[in-house]
Design a protein around this ligand. Structure first.
Ligand SMILES: [Zn+2]
Length: 407
């Protein structure tokens, strides 16, 4: 790069650094900003004027102390409504969408249903419909939308915006360039990112959830399928082939009969799946004939048995429910212990249906992990339920777009 080009880049970096200082503090005077940035007041004022023009900074008032010449200095505030971000999640049956301001406050959320294995063109159209609906209903100038983040369950190459394969949408085939397909149909100024949904979930925990203070976090989405997002030193890690974090397919019990979608037997995903939980209930029901679940365990009725009903029986200390849940807890503990050894996170945050299984379930998992983990680490890794619930994925997607915008 020539010296003039380099100077330009340095100027931009400096501007961004100052803006981020203000964004972190929310509100600062010229003097405070100058001190934090280690720059002169005139430089700060020049940069602030640049961002006021862009709508990202506002003057929120005047300071009390007077400068030389008697003028009161400006107090600057980050304009959280100076732009908007859209987050979307493609799950097995729904397209969830939100629009947030630059602070991640959700202004509006909408949902569209998706058919099982719905065709690619149709899902793409629904994404664009949702986008337009959000803009219209939230009454937002489309020029102020900085980007769209789309998360999906499946192997995804973030760098190239390609979904290698999604288990819920086998009709799409392989290596789908979703980012480009969408980018073509959106205004040029709108950034577009695509990633595996659990990666956005872990990012949401870091930015808005239980992991704000943590630098290394693993989030696990389990119940139907099992995905994970891995954050190390504040960064989402994806690996050389972009499949890092596919811990759902660690084989933890090679003697298991139930087959995983990936073709192998005894994957972590299968061992803790709701399907397997139901299988255990079904095959042991005759030893627990007084179970409150007993009448729901015929071959027909079990299909409609909801996980919440099983958890409810477990909370009521139903012996069959305890027996089956204990089995799931054991395999959770084995899977999580392996994850602790591989990634050494400060915390593991659980997402998905098991977050409804109650505090005792979580306590039992912690105890079991403690019992089987290395003595020196067992007390250090926190295991928690997510408090962000269903919105973790969309919130993380919108948040990641914001993060990229200010990086
Ligand atoms: Zn598998």
């Amino acid at each position: 790069m020539n010296p003039i080009g380099r100077q330009k880049v340095l100027k931009q970096l400096n501007r961004k650094r100052i803006l981020n200082l203000l964004r972190e503090a929310n509100e600062l005077s010229v003097a405070e900003l100058a001190e934090k940035a280690n720059l002169s007041k005139p430089t700060i004022m020049k940069v602030m004027n640049y961002y006021i023009e862009k709508g990202l900074v506002i003057i929120s008032g005047k300071g009390s102390s007077t400068e030389e010449g008697g003028k009161k200095p400006n107090i600057y505030k980050f304009n959280k409504n100076g732009g908007y971000s859209v987050g979307m999640a493609i799950t097995a049956s729904k397209l969830k969408s939100i629009i947030t301001n630059l602070q991640g406050d959700i202004l509006l959320n909408i949902e569209q249903s998706l058919k099982a294995n719905e065709e690619l063109d149709s899902v793409i159209n629904k994404i664009l419909d949702s986008f337009n609906l959000l803009i219209e209903k939230a009454n937002i100038d489309i020029k102020k939308v900085i980007g769209v983040g789309v998360g999906i369950y499946g192997l995804t190459d973030y760098d190239h915006g390609i979904v290698f394969y999604s288990p819920h949408y086998s009709s799409w085939g392989k290596n789908i360039p979703i980012r480009n397909m969408l980018k073509k149909r959106l205004p040029k100024n709108i950034d577009m990112i695509v990633d595996n949904l659990p990666r956005f979930q872990v990012f949401a925990e870091k930015t808005f959830g239980a992991a704000k203070q943590a630098k290394s976090v693993v989030s696990i989405f389990a119940g139907y399928g099992l995905g994970s997002g891995i954050l190390i030193n504040d960064d989402i890690v994806r690996g050389h082939h972009k499949i890092l974090g596919e811990v759902g397919h660690m084989i933890i019990n090679p003697y298991e009969e139930l087959k995983c979608l990936c073709g192998a037997k005894g994957c972590f995903e299968v061992m803790v799946s709701v399907d397997r939980l139901k299988k255990i209930l079904y095959s042991n029901k005759d030893s627990f004939k007084d179970s409150i679940l007993y009448n729901n365990l015929t071959e027909e009725a079990i299909k409609d048995l909801k996980p919440e009903e099983i958890f409810n029986a477990y909370k009521l200390k139903d012996k069959l429910a305890i027996f089956a849940m204990q089995d799931i807890i054991n395999w959770f503990a084995i899977g999580l212990s392996n994850i602790i050894l591989i990634y050494d996170p400060q915390m593991i945050i659980l997402h998905g249906i098991y977050t409804k299984a109650g505090d005792n379930f979580l306590k039992e998992i912690r105890n079991k992990v403690e019992a089987i983990s290395l003595a020196s680490i067992k007390k250090e890794t926190k295991i928690l339920f997510s408090e962000l619930g269903d919105k973790a994925g969309v919130l993380g997607a919108a948040g990641y777009v914001i993060n990229k915008f200010f990086a």
